[in-house]
Design a protein around this ligand. Structure first.
Ligand SMILES: Cc1cc2nc3c(=O)[nH]c(=O)nc-3n(C[C@H](O)[C@H](O)[C@H](O)COP(=O)(O)O)c2cc1C
Length: 231
């Protein structure tokens, strides 16, 4: 079967859905749920009802072998958030700090700004601990080996985490998909008292969005990622 023209996958060609605060259709939610970092509002409290409602939808995500292995730890305590934020800042700086400085110097030399994606990540690293809610998506390995088929393990939590992000977007909130904190997974596991068999899949800071709405992402060569029958 020949594939359809993959321009179907160019959400930029959809009618103007860019600037709405709330998506009105599932397709709008799918096309405008972004990793939000600079536009997370650290000041405005988030009501727990929205978080729990979003986690309710996360619970509808696929489960492997009909067993629920996904767990979500919701962190709102200011002291715990600050500690998480401090771990995040430390590991982010260890990983990207020098790179950021080099990119900033190079950009300044050319009279330009450092890449926006990097500055967004740096902004989140500096402000992670201030975000009102952190949702930590975990999977219970139930003591099974982490070798071999990783897909069934992570497939048991990552779709649920993405459903959570789509749901909070649909409720007028924003979140960011982050994993760099896994560089301090042991420290985070101790802080959150995770059982030994539990691994972290993503950390999702969640807040009210600043600004008006979200645009679809640019995915310039997406068609090249769609393969007809064989790669
Ligand atoms: C698996 C995964 C892990 C990520 N981890 C982090 C992270 O730890 N910190 C961060 O600032 N952004 C993180 N991001 C965001 C990406 O680095 C990227 O900047 C962002 O997703 C681009 O935005 P877009 O997805 O809206 O195109 C992550 C994204 C994914 C999918």
């Amino acid at each position: 079967m020949a594939l359809l023209d993959p321009s179907f996958s160019d959400p930029l060609s959809l009618p103007d859905i860019g600037r709405k605060l709330l998506p009105h259709t599932p397709f709008e939610a799918l096309a405008t749920t972004r990793t939000v970092r600079r536009r997370l509002d650290p000041e405005r409290p988030v009501d727990m009802e929205s978080i729990l409602r979003a986690l309710g939808y996360a619970g509808q995500a696929p489960t492997g072998g009909a067993s629920i292995r996904a767990h979500f730890v919701v962190v709102t305590d200011p002291g715990t958030r600050a500690e998480l934020g401090e771990h995040y800042r430390r590991v982010w700086n260890a990983r990207y700090g020098e790179f950021l400085e080099a990119a900033r110097s190079e950009a300044a030399r050319r009279g330009e700004k450092a890449p926006s994606d990097l500055e967004s990540a740096a902004h989140l690293a500096a402000n992670m601990g201030r975000m009102p809610v952190h949702v930590v998506a975990c999977v219970d390995t139930a003591g099974r080996s982490m070798d071999g088929n990783q897909a069934s393990l992570w497939g048991s939590v990552l779709p649920a985490a993405w459903s959570y992000m789509l749901a909070v977007r649909s409720l007028g909130l924003a979140s960011a998909w982050t994993t760099v904190l896994l560089d301090a997974e042991q420290e985070v596991a101790e802080l959150l008292e995770l059982p030994e068999s539990v691994r972290i899949g993503a950390v999702l800071p969640t807040a009210h969005p600043l600004g008006e709405g979200f645009r679809p992402a640019r995915r310039d060569n997406w068609a090249a990622h769609i393969h007809d029958e064989r790669w």
